[in-house]
Design a protein around this ligand. Structure first.
Ligand code: GLN
Ligand code: ZN
Length: 763
């Protein structure tokens, strides 16, 4: 018989209980015992839900107080010396210090987990491997097994992934690996003695491009772990994509008992299986329902996939499972009471995935007739969706079909636009501006909360917002900024603000997904054709511009970022969805222009993070991502200046795409890389204007005039003064006013000094 299996479960709690507990603990409001209790309750609820659904292989050690990579770091005792010696076990305070830093001790670096919006803490391999320094997997195994009345399946991050996801390697990777393996061996022995039958070892790095040498590391690692006496059987789990020819051969040859594959994300694993078959002595973990997206599984298609797999592997050796951990899904659709019913019917969050896995397992074991009711109900949901008018918007589809090359082009080349724009704006050298948002003070947040709760009328709320804008415009003029912004006080989140106003999007009430540590986001869901029923930002921008003679930038979130930070429908390509959003924004851009807004910034902070995990897919992504931006931005007159903003500093490998955006001005993050990143722009002879950030908005520190000036001096070594703008790294939303304003004053002064130098030189 096939078994049902789960790779990991959401761990923030159905009502974000863990977030509250962890933050209360940090604030000193609850003690460690209370935090541990809250953790236990979250784990127990997860196990109970899986057991009630009838899942055979229930994971443990998938819980975390902060991050599973940090847990793995603690397990092997890879503790950077700045946090003190680990001792026999890493204490909770050291654990959180590694995650969040402590006075004078910087935290581990936080970075994106593959192509998800989850972030993990980066292992630092210049630290010694001290050996097991956490009993978490053993404790949680005992706890789960006691609750379930049978052995749970411990989940570990594999040694090869731990190694390759880390940084600051000080010797050949093989030597680092040799230090990790004895610790992993000891962990496996321990779990075996405790009664674990299977262990799931995650090696997600295998779905990225890997060299022969890296695959040698994999073979060496599992050869050695396979030899451990009394160990549990090993399910080597991959996810977020497929293996390739090379890695398939190497993975299949490993001396282990199971291999978990994602059959949802890309078709390649299915093709590889059909081409090569599957080893006779191994279990296949068949990722057959989507662990990354919120749409209900088409059960007939799921069953067809499993039946095809069963042509290569006897049913007894199949585990039916999601494509990855359910960590990346919200908890439970049943909490959503405000969504249109046709949309709700199509959704499956983590709890609903459990049912799907169990149903498909039953269908595979007992035949279609055993799940005929479920299949019919499922087919009906898709039939209704197909007919519903809610999902389809004919005019949008027609507009998309009628696009021509011209829709992606500005009227004139950059040089022509630039001189017209300079005649219009007459900006000085080194013009100063900001990225858009200003501090969202408690006052602003409370006004929005009261308005949402119906305690402030629309009129009261918007007059409050107008007062904020007016005060901000005055203050920006006072300190001498050249190009102003309205401050984004009306936006709680740059994607949600637009998602709320566009058709085709819904916002959930409880659809929280962990983004890192105690932070969770509620990604909007794109369920249908996207269009704009009415202008979204024109009123605030027009009002802000009416208060000043200086240009005020219109401020929009770009199509690629809207897409990458949402759950996206799958019946249309991502390209087409991006173009639909772009068309809606194109209308907004034109309306802003018509309202007298002469500079419009379209932010694309998520452009880079949408890059596919495999290099060979980059070009296709970048091609449509760039075109989506151009579609949104190119419908304006030459005299209208298009800005964009990107929050990162690695441009070397995407510089051509950045160039192809054809934005008149871009602003980027730069202050921490000390000008290094600008090399890419030099090497590429980037022709347009650029504002490399000179103020690190992630820090509470106020940079001095001299510091900012020295960053600008570095920038003029690389780019011409005519190209340069002066701005912070990113929006100022999370800064406090008393940090932001002195920093901006110093920035304006630094720009003034730069101008003096250059004017002196010219005359
Ligand atoms: N305009 C946005 C802001 O200033 C940009 C934020 C971002 O890039 N993440 O807040
Ligand atoms: Zn940014």
């Amino acid at each position: 018989m096939a078994k049902s299996s789960i790779l990991g479960y959401p761990r923030i709690g159905k009502h974000r209980e863990l977030k509250r507990a962890v933050e209360s603990y940090w604030a000193g409001k609850i003690d460690e015992a209370a935090l541990q209790q809250a953790g236990r309750e979250v784990r127990q609820a997860a196990w109970a839900a899986q057991q009630a659904a009838g899942i055979d292989l229930i994971p443990c050690n998938d819980f975390s107080f902060y991050d599973q990579v940090l847990d793995a770091i603690c397990l092997v005792g890879l503790i950077p010396p700045r946090f003190g010696p680990p001792g026999p076990a890493v204490s909770l305070s050291t654990y959180f210090a590694m995650a969040r830093g402590a006075p004078g001790v910087p935290a581990l670096e936080l970075t994106k987990w593959f192509d998800t919006n989850y972030h993990y803490l980066v292992p630092e391999f210049d630290a010694p491997v001290a050996g097991i320094a956490s009993s978490k997997p053993f404790d949680e195994f005992a706890e789960a097994t006691a609750q379930l009345g049978r052995p749970a399946k411990p989940v570990l991050l594999g040694p090869v992934s731990l190694l390759l996801l880390g940084k600051r390697h000080t010797k050949p990777l093989a030597e680092h690996l040799q230090e990790l393996l004895p610790v992993y061996a000891e962990v496996l022995g321990h779990l075996g003695r405790d009664g674990a039958e299977w262990v799931q070892i995650d090696e997600p790095v295998l779905v990225q491009d890997r060299t022969e040498e890296e695959l040698d590391l994999l073979s060496a690692a599992y050869r050695e772990l396979a030899r451990v006496d009394g160990r549990p059987r090993i399910m080597l789990q991959t996810y977020f994509g497929s293996l390739d020819e090379l890695s398939w051969q190497r993975v299949m040859a490993l001396p282990i008992e199971g291999i978990g594959l994602d059959f949802v994300r890309t078709p390649a694993n299915r093709e590889l299986l059909n081409r090569h078959g599957f080893p006779e002595n191994k279990v296949l973990g068949a990722g057959a329902v989507n662990g990354r997206n919120v749409w209900r599984t088409n059960l007939v298609e799921g069953l067809e996939l499993l039946e095809e797999i069963a042509e290569h592997v006897e049913v007894d050796r199949i585990w039916v499972q999601p494509s990855c951990s359910l960590l990346h899904l919200p908890h439970d659709v049943r909490l959503e009471t405000q969504l249109p019913p046709e949309v709700t019917a199509l959704l499956a969050f983590a709890e609903q995935r459990l049912e799907e896995v169990v149903t498909l397992t039953r269908g595979l074991n007992e035949g279609r007739s055993a799940i005929i009711d479920e299949l019919e109900e499922n087919a009906e949901i898709f039939r209704v969706a197909l007919d519903s008018t809610r999902f389809h918007h004919r005019p949008t589809q027609e507009r998309l079909a009628a696009l021509t090359e011209d829709d992606f082009q500005r009227a004139s080349p950059y040089e022509v636009r630039a001189s017209l724009q300079q005649q219009r704006f007459k900006l000085p050298l080194f013009p100063t501006t900001t990225i858009g948002s200003f501090p969202q003070t408690p006052e602003v947040r409370s006004a929005r909360a009261r308005w949402r709760a119906g305690k402030l009328s629309d009129e009261e709320y918007w007059s409050f917002i107008r007062e904020q804008i007016a005060a901000l415009i005055r203050r920006q003029e006072e300190i001498g900024l050249d190009v102003l912004v309205h401050g984004e006080f009306e936006r709680s989140d740059m994607v949600e603000y637009f998602a709320e106003q566009l058709q085709g999007f819904v916002i959930t009430e409880h659809g929280w997904v962990q983004s890192y540590g105690s932070r969770a986001a509620r990604p909007p869901i794109i369920f249908g054709d996207v269009y704009r029923p009415k202008p979204m930002t024109v009123e605030v921008s027009r009002y802000a511009q009416s208060l000043t003679a200086r240009p005020v930038k219109g401020m929009l979130t770009g199509p690629v970022t809207m897409l990458n930070w949402s759950f996206v429908r799958e019946d249309l390509s991502r390209r087409e969805v991006a173009y639909q959003i772009a068309l809606a924004l194109r209308d907004e851009v034109r309306d802003l222009e018509a309202a007298g807004i002469a500079m419009i910034q379209i932010d694309e902070p998520a452009l880079r993070e949408g890059l596919p995990l495999r290099r060979q897919e980059w070009d296709e992504y970048l091609d449509w991502a760039v075109k989506a931006f151009r579609l949104a931005s190119s419908g304006v007159a030459d005299e209208t200046q298009i800005h964009s903003h990107m929050c990162y500093s690695e441009f070397n490998d995407i510089i051509e795409a950045i160039d192809a955006l054809d934005a008149d001005v871009i602003s980027i993050e730069n202050s921490r890389s000390q000008g290094e990143l600008l090399r890419a722009f030099l090497d590429h002879r980037y022709p347009r204007q650029i504002g490399p950030g000179v103020y690190d908005v992630h820090s509470a520190r106020v940079p001095s005039v001299e510091e900012i000036e020295s960053l600008l001096l570095k920038a003029v070594e690389i780019l011409s003064p005519e190209q340069l703008w002066v701005n912070p790294d990113c929006g100022l939303k999370t800064r406090r006013p008393e940090e932001a304003w002195p920093s901006l004053e110093n920035m304006v002064e630094a720009a003034r000094r730069m101008r003096e130098r250059y004017l002196a030189r010219v005359t």
